[in-house]
Design a protein around this ligand. Structure first.
Ligand SMILES: *Cc1c(COP(=O)(O)O)cnc(C)c1O
Length: 213
C-alpha cells in the first residue's frame, strides 16, 4: 500500500486498510489485531456477529461488505459501524429506521455496478445520483461514498478503468463524499492509482479462503 501510494504521489495515510476476515476465525482476527489492525470486513451477518462477540471488549470497527437482504438489515444496523453494499433505497430506509438512536450514525457507501453485465450487485451508475441524494437525507445514516467490485482482470491498465469510472462518478455527485471503497488483494495498486481511500483486502492478509469447511 505504501509503495503504491508513493508511486501515485499520494500521502501513505490517505488510504485505509479494511481487513476482510470472512471465513476466518476469531483467532485469525486476533493475529491481525496484534499487528495493529482495527477495521474488519465481513460478508455473512451471523458469522460476523458470532466473531464480534468472541472479540467483545476490543476497540474494533466492523464493516458489512456483502450482499444485504431485507431480512438481515436489523442485525446489520445493530452490529456494524459501516455498510459498503447499499444499492437500493429500500435497504437504506430499513437501516435508517433500525439503527439504534444511541449508536453513532451508520456509515454508508453505495455499491455501484461499474462492470455492466458481469455483476448483479450494485446500482447502475445512472441511478447513483438520485440514490445518493435520497440516502443522504435519511436519519441514522451518514453517506460517506461509493464502493465497487469490478470484474477481475490481470491487466493493470484495464484494472484502472472501472476505478476511474467510480472516482469520476463520486466527483460528479459533488456531495463532499470522502470515501472510495475500492481495491482488493489482486488490484489494490490500480485502485490506489485511481484514488481509493479504503481497500478491502482478505486473501493478501489471511491467505486463501477455504469455503468447504
Ligand atoms: C471477499 C471480499 C473482499 C476481499 O477479497 P480478496 O480478494 O480476498 O482480497 C473484498 N471485498 C468484498 C466485497 C468481498 O466480498
Amino acid at each position: 500500500m505504501a509503495a503504491a501510494c508513493i508511486a501515485a504521489g499520494r500521502p501513505v495515510e490517505s488510504v485505509r486498510l479494511l481487513a476482510v476476515s470472512k471465513t476466518w476465525p476469531a483467532t485469525s482476527v486476533r493475529a491481525a489485531i496484534a499487528a495493529g489492525q482495527r477495521a474488519f470486513g465481513e460478508n455473512y451477518v451471523q458469522e460476523a456477529i458470532d466473531k464480534a462477540a468472541e472479540l467483545a471488549g476490543l476497540d474494533l470497527e466492523w464493516h458489512f461488505i456483502g450482499p444485504l437482504q431485507s431480512n438481515k438489515t436489523r442485525l446489520v444496523a445493530e452490529n456494524f459501524a459501516w455498510v459498503h453494499s447499499v444499492d437500493r433505497l429500500k435497504i437504506a430506509e430499513r437501516l435508517a429506521a433500525q439503527r439504534p438512536p444511541d449508536m453513532a450514525p451508520l456509515q454508508i457507501c453505495l455499491q455501484v455496478n461499474v462492470s455492466g453485465e458481469a455483476s448483479k450487485s450494485g446500482c447502475l451508475p445512472a441511478e447513483a445520483a438520485s440514490l445518493a441524494r435520497e440516502v443522504a437525507a435519511l436519519p441514522g445514516l451518514k453517506l460517506r461514498g461509493l464502493m465497487a467490485i469490478p470484474e477481475a482482470s490481470d491487466n493493470p491498465s484495464r484494472q484502472r478503468e472501472p476505478f476511474a469510472v467510480l472516482r469520476r462518478l463520486r466527483d460528479s455527485l459533488d456531495m463532499g463524499l470522502d470515501t472510495l471503497s475500492m481495491g482488493m488483494s489482486h488490484d489494490l495498486e490500480a485502485a490506489i492509482m485511481e484514488g481509493s481511500t479504503l481497500l478491502r483486502v482478505g486473501t493478501a492478509i489471511f491467505g486463501q479462503r477455504n469455503y468447504t469447511t
